[in-house]
Design a protein around this ligand. Structure first.
Ligand SMILES: Nc1ncnc2c1ncn2[C@@H]1O[C@H](COP(=O)(O)OP(=O)(O)OP(=O)(O)O)[C@@H](O)[C@H]1O
Ligand SMILES: [Mg+2]
Length: 343
């Protein structure tokens, strides 16, 4: 959050969304500065998409509000819609149309004048290196090529703020890199303000100037990746990475009872332990022995965003995103599971 007097390009105030008795977004406050790439990072069901839907006026807050580029999302939804671009989770494009036709269609929806629209489309196709493919039906494209068009589609009306919900979900590694570069380029060259959601920590780390960690509809922490990591190390806290032989499923629980251990999280045979002091390494090793755990390897590591998430929420985010299951139908390696959503 910024100091008083500083103007936010996007500012939420107690933003809340309830579905029946269930609170999906719970009093969220954050500020996004102009020209910033701001990430909402959190596990499945954390409320990321719901926040984006409210900020883009696709869903009305139950309480609280927000301003986007100076307009109130509840009082002036039409104004907000004119200011923003949206890259939604699902690609809504017509397979039987070409990129040029798809972009033209969206431009008309936004009432972009014909001449200006044609120029803009050429410009956007050039940005994503797709001029060659401008007149091929997009149904014939790879997922990565389609996503390039999907991203620039949000820019047809020249918005100053673009919301991207999981822009790299379902893409192969090469297309993921391409889309990330595109996002950075748009931000740097045009000073575009971008809010994106992701459950991939590394993505948030490399792309975002600042990140809001979302957990169960609430903001657990906000800051730049290095600030967030710094909050772990500032008091001498250290991460110890333990590689164990055949650990029992409660190895992390056992270790977290040791006095100097602040938290511990287990993924298969590895346990990451956060200790309160730099010199607590020895104490961790004693706790390993006392609990009958067998050590293969141990090292001190610098904190990652995963450690930050664990620190602020008490839970491991890696465990929380397990329900992304392999996708059927060949549109990429991952898809969300319909039934596995956390309520
Ligand atoms: N229309 C709806 N009706 C009822 N519950 C909903 C609705 N939309 C979302 N939810 C619930 O609200 C919670 C937050 O959902 P949301 O889609 O915002 O999460 P997310 O952080 O985007 O997760 P993911 O990483 O899976 O996309 C989830 O528990 C979800 O099931
Ligand atoms: Mg989502």
């Amino acid at each position: 959050m910024t100091s008083p007097g500083h103007s936010c390009n996007i500012e939420t105030k107690g933003l809340t969304k309830k579905f029946g008795g269930f609170t999906a977004v719970d009093g969220v406050d954050f500020c996004v500065n102009e020209g910033e790439i701001f990430g909402l990072l959190g596990p499945n069901g954390a409320g990321k998409s719901t926040i984006i839907r409210m900020l883009t006026t696709l869903s009305r807050p139950t309480s609280g509000t927000a301003t986007v580029a100076g307009h109130d999302i509840v009082r002036d939804p039409h104004k907000v819609r004119e200011m923003v671009g949206i890259v939604s989770e699902k690609m809504i494009m017509y397979d039987r149309l070409t990129p040029r036709e798809n972009l033209r269609l969206f431009g008309r929806l936004y009432n972009v004048p014909r001449r200006a629209l044609d120029d803009r489309i050429e410009e956007l196709l050039t940005i994503v290196n797709m001029t060659k493919w401008a007149d091929t039906q997009i149904g014939k494209f790879s997922t990565g090529m389609r996503q390039r068009i999907n991203v620039v589609r949000s820019l047809v009306s020249k918005p100053r703020v673009v919301f991207m919900d999981e822009p790299t979900l379902g893409l192969d590694p090469q297309s993921t890199t391409e889309i990330r570069k595109l996002i950075q380029r748009l931000n740097r060259s045009d000073g575009l303000t971008i809010v994106l959601t992701t459950h991939i920590m590394n993505e948030a780390d490399v792309l975002c100037g600042r990140i809001g960690l979302i957990d169960k509809g609430r903001i657990a922490a906000i800051g730049s990746p290095s600030e967030l990591k710094g909050r772990i190390t500032e008091k001498g806290r250290t991460i110890v990475d333990l590689d164990l032989f055949d650990p029992p499923p409660d190895a992390a629980d056992r270790l977290s009872r040791a006095e100097s251990v602040l938290s511990a999280a287990q993924t298969e045979n590895r346990v990451k332990v956060m200790v309160s002091r730099e010199n607590a390494f020895e104490e961790v090793l004693s706790a390993v022995r006392e609990n009958g755990l067998r050590l293969r390897n141990a090292s001190v590591s610098s904190p990652s965003l995963e450690d930050v998430f664990l620190h602020f929420t008490g839970r491991s985010m890696v465990d929380e995103v397990k329900d992304k299951v392999p996708m059927k139908g060949g549109h990429g390696p991952w898809r969300r599971s319909g039934s596995g959503r956390v309520r």
